[in-house]
Design a protein around this ligand. Structure first.
Ligand SMILES: *Cc1c(COP(=O)(O)O)cnc(C)c1O
Length: 358
């Protein structure tokens, strides 16, 4: 089976061609590995589960943000920018990857963080500074203060003769979303080569750009994957709204707005955020430990750990009745090196949870 519409001059074929013609800076080598998690799947009662290892993206310690940055860098360079300006919380994977991308392309990077400077320079914040980004803090614990901070930094840079390129908080914008449309085709082709037919794709949703790109890509491929995400940053309603906005913007860039409008709305699971974005949850920690001890693979406490906790709980509740699933491992491991690790209390190596989850 080939992706729907390829080789014909259909709306879909034109969309794939349009996508290939949008400027992009190659930062990493693709495809990322698609690996079967046999022992973890057995611990889940015999689920055929595969990890799409975007945590292994071969640039800047990886993670899903690199996919979007390839397009954002393409645009920044085409516009003659000399400085990338972006922001988020100081443990942001997106800001770390942006700092790496800027360095790689000979650009400067200004990072705007909400809140105040942390007492300890660790995790992604340490890496972002090591990569040469200039950092500033809004002094306001409201995450939206970053959006104003990015605008202010761009104004300041312009007055000093620099050419800033603003990347929205978390990289959530239409161009960034396109990186995930490409990922969809990448996985589709990889499944063909490996001879597997997963029924569902599961992922963590923060800003929603990744899910949005997969939604558009799935519509272009016309492939009947179930596509579901777990909200780890906002409530389900706000997450769905973000995904729909970003998907609509990306679809419009590719001339497939009507195709997208005809697809079902995104499915987003809520109830796994715990105390809040970036605060590890007990269930997420258990999921991280289980994957670590069955597979030797590390998830992160902010995104993939909570998404995996959801997969485990929903599966237990009979709400994910799939035989085979691809879990997008979107990265985030540097967060494991932030803070004192008090959220990860030690547990005996042979705790019963490992032998029987379901
Ligand atoms: C940003 C991020 C996500 C979520 O991606 P969005 O496109 O913001 O929804 C998931 N996992 C990791 C590790 C991330 O850094």
């Amino acid at each position: 089976m080939t992706p729907a519409g390829r080789g014909e001059d259909s709306v879909v074929a034109r969309a794939w061609r349009a996508l290939e013609q949008i400027p992009r800076v190659g930062l990493a080598e693709f495809p990322t590995p698609l690996l079967r998690m046999k022992r973890f799947g057995a611990a889940l009662g015999g689920l055929d589960i595969w990890f799409k290892r975007d945590d292994l993206i071969s640039f800047g310690l990886g993670g899903n943000k690199v996919r979007g940055l390839e397009f954002l860098l393409g645009d920044a360079l085409a516009r003659g920018a000399d400085t990338l300006v972006t922001g988020a919380g100081c443990q942001s994977n997106h800001v770390r990857a942006t700092a790496a991308a800027a360095a790689h392309c000979g650009l400067r990077c200004v990072a705007v963080y909400w809140g105040d400077p942390p007492a300890v320079i660790d995790g992604n914040y340490r890496l972002t500074r090591l990569l040469g980004a200039e950092v500033s803090f809004t002094g306001d614990s409201d995450r939206a203060s970053v959006d104003r901070g990015i605008d202010e930094q761009c104004v300041r840079l312009r007055t000093t003769g620099r050419r800033p390129y603003a990347i929205p908080r978390g990289g959530a914008c239409a161009l960034g979303t396109l990186g995930h449309v490409l990922a969809t085709r990448e996985l589709f082709l990889q499944c063909q080569v490996q001879g597997i037919e997963p029924e569902a794709i599961l992922l963590a949703a923060g800003s929603g750009g990744t899910h949005a790109g997969w939604l558009v890509g799935k519509a272009l491929l016309g492939y009947p994957w179930a596509l579901q995400s777990i909200a780890v940053s906002r409530d389900a309603g706000a997450t769905i709204a973000q995904i729909q906005r970003l998907a609509a913007e990306a679809a419009s860039l590719l001339g497939v707005s009507a195709l997208l409008a005809a697809t079902a709305p995104p499915i987003v699971h809520a109830g796994f955020l715990g105390e809040g974005y970036g605060i590890p949850s007990a269930e997420g920690t258990d999921a991280i430990r289980l994957v670590a001890r069955t597979e030797g693979i590390l998830l992160d406490p902010t995104y993939t750990g909570k998404a995996m906790a959801a997969l485990i709980a929903l599966r237990k509740a009979g709400q994910l009745p799939f035989r085979s699933v691809v879990f997008l491992h979107t990265g985030g491991e540097p967060a494991l090196f932030a803070g004192d690790g008090a959220w990860l209390p030690d547990r005996a190596a042979s705790s019963p949870e490992l032998s029987c989850v379901l």
